[in-house]
Ligand binder design. Structure first.
Ligand SMILES: Nc1ncnc2c1ncn2[C@@H]1O[C@H](COP(=O)(O)OP(=O)(O)OP(=O)(O)O)[C@@H](O)[C@H]1O
Length: 449
């Protein structure tokens, strides 16, 4: 039986997909494999739809003709980790299938038991790869986003909450503040983490290409249809990250809005609408409300995308993070460049803290990288960092004397903590206060030790 409409159960569980245009062969394969797993069968022309609608780690192809061989590449471009087993009639076909990317082949006539064993092994490999991916994502999540300042802690709390819901999320932040990193973290911390995370940069793709890139295209006639799957479909089950959304052309804004409302994709020149399940995260450095006032961005799309909005504060507003990031980047570049620099001189810390970081974390990362290359001594100096005077942040000092005193106090404690590498006795000595007073100050300014 040809079953191109998988049930809800097969959409959630890992079902085996059998692709075969010959009903007798399809029946035979189903009967053999139904003993070990749930099976969905589809003819070659419905493969994209079937893959779109179900979770499948293993595909069995009942034929190795030219259409089947081409399909191997298509399946891998859509779902690269899928294991594909091909039933072949000759050694020559076996070579062609393996060259095209098949995981394994089995030659007719074959024993039922051998086919079952191959499918079990392929499923096992897929499961292990999936586990490795999950662990890598976990590792990325552990390492990637650094930040202990109160605004960043607040931001990370929102990431965790948003990750566990299906709401569309809009991330605002200046260039280099970590919007792409945050979008990835939302995916990695979500139940969708083992499914695709697909990024589309709306600013870097011309309007006509962006349309097909997002929605896909169908070409040719009924007998030989070529399908280019769009990024929205490719993100099925996972997360679609629309970066630089503020630059999305109005015609595409209208299509994206329709997609967000209906959750259906219409490929260009396609025959019908396809249901797609994606979590949408968008990011921009632009003020969308301002752009909507200028009629460059649809107001209804702002609301639709920003069911939750997260704003990442610029680095100049998170002084504590500057040193934490600078130290961590130093460790990372020490490691990757095989250097053994032990930290920052006091004038370097002063320079880091009094710079306004117009390029935010990306700029800090680049400055530390070049300082690690340039440094002659054992520590990085202000000269190694080469921060221009033009972007010193001194104009923003408050006038109110109590605020000025508090700001100076906070600044001094942060510097002393950095200089003493978090050692509390040394920090207290440097500041000329007792340890209990130091603890009070750390508490008062919510500082990281
Ligand atoms: N909190 C952070 N912890 C560690 N690394 C960070 C952090 N924030 C940003 N980075 C690093 O800074 C660089 C820039 O980050 P990212 O590309 O996410 O910024 P962005 O806001 O998307 O920038 P743009 O708007 O220019 O595309 C990346 O290398 C990223 O890994």
């Amino acid at each position: 039986m040809v079953d191109t409409e998988p049930s809800l159960t097969t959409r959630r569980q890992d079902a085996l997909l059998i692709i075969d245009d010959d009903p007798a062969s399809q029946r035979q394969l189903s009967q053999i494999l139904e003993d070990i797993t749930s099976v969905v069968s589809a003819p070659t022309q419905s493969v994209a739809t079937a893959l779109n609608q179900m979770l499948t780690s293993v595909v069995v192809m009942g034929s190795s003709d030219a259409i089947a061989i081409n399909l191997i590449k298509d399946i891998h471009s859509f779902a690269p980790r899928t294991k594909i087993l091909v039933v072949v009639n000759s050694e020559k076909d076996a070579v062609l299938a393996l060259k095209a990317g098949a995981t394994d082949v089995i030659e007719r006539p074959f024993s039922d038991e051998l086919l079952r064993m191959m499918v079990k092994r392929a499923r096992h490999t897929a499961k292990l790869e999936h586990e490795v991916e999950r662990l890598k994502a976990f590792e990325r999540q552990q390492q990637s986003i650094l930040g202990g300042s109160p605004p960043m802690v607040q931001t990370l709390r929102m990431v965790d909450r948003v990750a566990n819901t299906e709401v569309n999320t809009l991330i605002y932040g200046e260039s280099g503040t970590g919007k792409a990193l945050l979008a990835r973290a939302i995916h990695d911390r979500s139940p969708r983490s083992d499914r695709p995370f697909i990024t589309v940069n709306c600013a870097s793709i011309p309007e006509d290409l962006l349309d097909s890139e997002l929605f896909g295209v169908e070409k040719g006639n009924f007998d030989s249809r070529q399908v280019k799957i769009g990024k929205i479909e490719a993100a099925h089950g996972g997360t679609l990250f629309l970066d630089e959304i503020g630059d999305m052309p109005p015609s595409i804004q209208a299509k994206i809005l329709r997609f967000l409302q209906e959750r259906m994709v219409d490929r260009i020149a396609g025959q019908r609408s396809i249901a797609v399940d994606v979590k949408v995260v968008a990011a921009t450095h632009q003020d969308l409300n301002h752009r909507s006032g200028d009629r460059k961005f649809r107001e209804d799309l702002i609301h639709q995308l920003g069911e939750v909005t997260i704003t990442i504060p610029p680095l100049r507003e998170r002084e504590d993070d500057t040193l934490l990031l600078a130290k961590t980047f130093l460790l990372q570049f020490n490691h990757s460049m095989n250097r053994k620099l032990v930290g920052y001189t006091e004038d370097a810390v002063e320079a880091l803290m009094s710079y306004s970081w117009p390029g935010n974390v990306r700029e800090l990362q680049n400055k530390v990288q070049s300082a690690v290359i340039m440094a002659d001594g054992t520590q990085i100096t202000a000269v190694d960092l080469a921060l221009t005077k033009e972007h010193r942040k001194d104009s923003g000092l408050p006038l109110n004397l109590r605020q000025v005193r508090e700001e100076a106090e906070r600044h001094a404690v942060t510097r002393a903590l950095a200089r003493a590498e978090g050692n509390m006795s040394q920090t207290a000595n440097l500041l000329g206060v007792s340890r209990p007073t130091l603890y009070t100050l750390i508490e008062k300014y919510s500082l990281q030790r």
